[in-house]
Write a protein that binds this ligand. Structure first.
Ligand SMILES: C[S@@+](CC[C@H](N)C(=O)[O-])C[C@H]1O[C@@H](n2cnc3c(N)ncnc32)[C@H](O)[C@@H]1O
Length: 330
């Protein structure tokens, strides 16, 4: 065993060497992150007081965390947090670690909501009874397969006038999402429902103006070849069926059970899936309104507009339920 690091800087350098040998891509930054976690200090604590001594307990915890990271456990599962659109989220092995490219789903959803109707004034506390929320909401949004709650919470944070639902089939994931909502002061803004895709919404009779989803989209044959870190994430958050398209097929086929008149859908796409998902959506009668690339220029976020027959049918059935004219966003 190498000699125990005695100071913060020695701890960071020791961790970085160990992670580098294990093939971790950013060993220095990750070692500093683990050290900061052990010290309960902000990142870069080793630079602020480089010669501050490490206690025996801190050294032991750093060694243990670095060893687990070297074994492929993602940094975020070790520190228990990830940042998504400025929100500090708890993450556990029960949830997918939110990815930067998923932030594009929030951008697209906000664009849809902005084009649909200008943001109203912030909802006041005394207006937040469930019924009133629906009556006064600018829109109702549902995040399908919410995981950590990242999409639902990011949207609820930016658009206080929007009612947000979030579903997941994993009760363990929903528990994490609900803790995130409480910690961020958004618990009364997002309703979490456990169940299969749209089923809990349909059961509750909820009509949704916008569906957002980052569904599992890894084709079965690719699961064994995923990076070791990704293989620590829940398989139910990754497995997208034989061709990776299982959930897109279901989303476009089943969304009609909850969609309101002017509804849209925003989905994250897996690599190379834009054409296939677009074809599925058109086959189900949706228009592909736009496809946005991620920061690597990979088509990543698809915005779908509800088909006109659905708009007409729902408007007829609803009798324009909120007493205002609903217009498609595209
Ligand atoms: C790719 S993860 C996305 C999590 C989160 N929205 C994000 O972007 O980080 C997909 C999520 O869908 C959930 N899921 C899988 N099958 C589902 C189903 N049939 N019904 C509802 N949720 C499901 C998983 O539990 C997982 O949390």
């Amino acid at each position: 065993m190498t000699p125990a690091p005695r100071t913060r800087m020695q701890g960071a350098l020791w961790g970085a060497r160990r992670l580098d040998r294990a093939g971790v891509a950013a060993p220095r930054a990750e070692a500093e992150g683990l050290l900061a976690h052990v010290l309960s200090q902000p990142k870069h604590a080793c630079y602020l007081e480089p010669d501050a001594p490490l206690t025996a307990d801190e050294t032991a915890r750093l060694r243990s965390l670095v060893a687990r990271r070297a074994d492929g456990v993602p940094l975020q599962y070790l520190t228990g947090t990830e940042t998504f659109r400025g929100l500090e989220l708890e993450v556990t092995p029960d949830v997918l670690i939110p990815r930067p490219e998923t932030e594009g789903v929030v951008d697209a959803a906000l664009r849809v909501l902005a084009e649909r109707r200008p943001a109203g004034p912030p909802v006041k506390r005394h207006q937040q009874a469930a019924v009133e929320r629906h009556q006064q909401a600018a829109a109702v949004v549902a995040d399908i397969g919410t995981g950590s709650g990242c999409l639902a919470l990011a949207l609820a944070r930016v658009r206080p006038d929007v009612v947000v639902y979030a579903t997941d089939c994993s009760a363990a994931a929903l528990a994490v999402a609900e803790r995130n909502a409480r910690r961020l002061g958004l618990a009364d803004r997002v309703t979490f429902l456990c169940g299969d895709l749209f089923e809990p919404l349909a059961r509750a009779g909820v009509r949704v103006d916008l569906v957002v989803s980052n569904p599992p989209y890894v084709a079965d044959e690719h699961l064994p070849t995923l990076q070791i870190e990704v293989r620590h994430e829940p398989e139910s958050a990754l497995r997208g069926g034989v061709d990776g398209l299982h959930f897109y097929r279901r989303i476009v086929a089943e969304a009609g059970s909850v969609l309101a008149a002017c509804a849209g859908i925003v989905v994250e796409l897996g690599y190379g899936q834009a054409d296939a998902v677009g074809a599925l959506a058109r086959g189900a009668g949706f228009d592909v309104a736009r496809i946005d690339p991620d920061f690597q220029r990979i088509p990543r976020v698809m915005t779908l507009a509800a088909p006109r027959p659905l708009i007409d049918a729902v408007q007829r059935a609803d009798g324009n339920r909120r007493g205002r004219v609903l217009v498609p966003f595209n």
